[in-house]
Design a protein around this ligand. Sequence first.
Ligand code: HXC
Length: 258
Amino acid sequence: MSDYKTLLIERHDAVTLVRLNRPQALNALNTQTLTDLIAAFAVYDADPDQRCLVLTGSDKAFAAGADIKEMEAQGFAEMYAANFFAGWEQVTRTRKPWIAAVSGFALGGGCEVAMMADFIIAADTAKFGQPEIKLGVTPGMGGSQRLAHAIGKAKAMEMCLTGRMMGADEAERAGLVARVVPMADLIAEALKTATVIAAMAPLATIANKEMVNAAFDLPLGQGIAFERRLFHALFGTQDQKEGMAAFVAKRVAEWTGR
Ligand code: HXC
């Protein structure tokens, strides 16, 4: 399971735990990391036995950004020709749920990858920021958009224009993270939450994820219509019959993913 150069992967029953592992560079995201993550997420998405994924870094850094040393010498033509960073869209197309468990620095691309997750659980040590302005550039992996959606214009604009870091408590107040936990408990808490998600009906899980995400893409009326149609669709599944029968019979549901 460890053909990856920049990742460590563990399986905890139905939960895949992926650790970014470039400690010498505070998990800076280079092309190899992107290649590895695209492959790891594809393996996860295709494996019916894996139902939730947790992406994490080290205690010191979730990821300190895109790899500045790799980008430094590049020109417009190379960036444009390679459509640099477009590969991250494959990670965001993961259909099954995944959580970012963030301790330490989540800066630039690190913050942007955390925001690609379905939600973030943060250690009390977490520090989020978009410091690209200090390098003479901007976020390039969706950070300006996802941050503005997550925490509103005022804070997103302030963070992008000043490059300041936001601590875990402020991030929770602002709605950037779902929950803050002590650093020592981060992985256990993230795995516990992932295990809860992994035990739910698989098709309903994907449907819930699709409809919450639709809230960021669709006008309200279309989003509500999309929700209702997916809700209707689930009445064509065995798991809807099983879930409701189990409730009525006061027993635990046994999902088949059908
Ligand atoms: C490459 C990085 C890196 C990065 C850290 N390192 N961040 N290498 N890319 N993003 C390397 C350092 O060069 C150093 O290597 C080692 O990791 C340890 O980092 P230090 O700076 O010595 O650690 P510390 O003093 O604890 O400071 C931590 C830090 C700082 C505050 C997180 O490293 C930092 O400011 N990093 C850059 C953060 C940043 O600007 N991120 C945004 C990148 S741009 P050596 O070999 O010297 O030991 C981006 C979006 C791209 O993400 C969009 C633009 C197109």
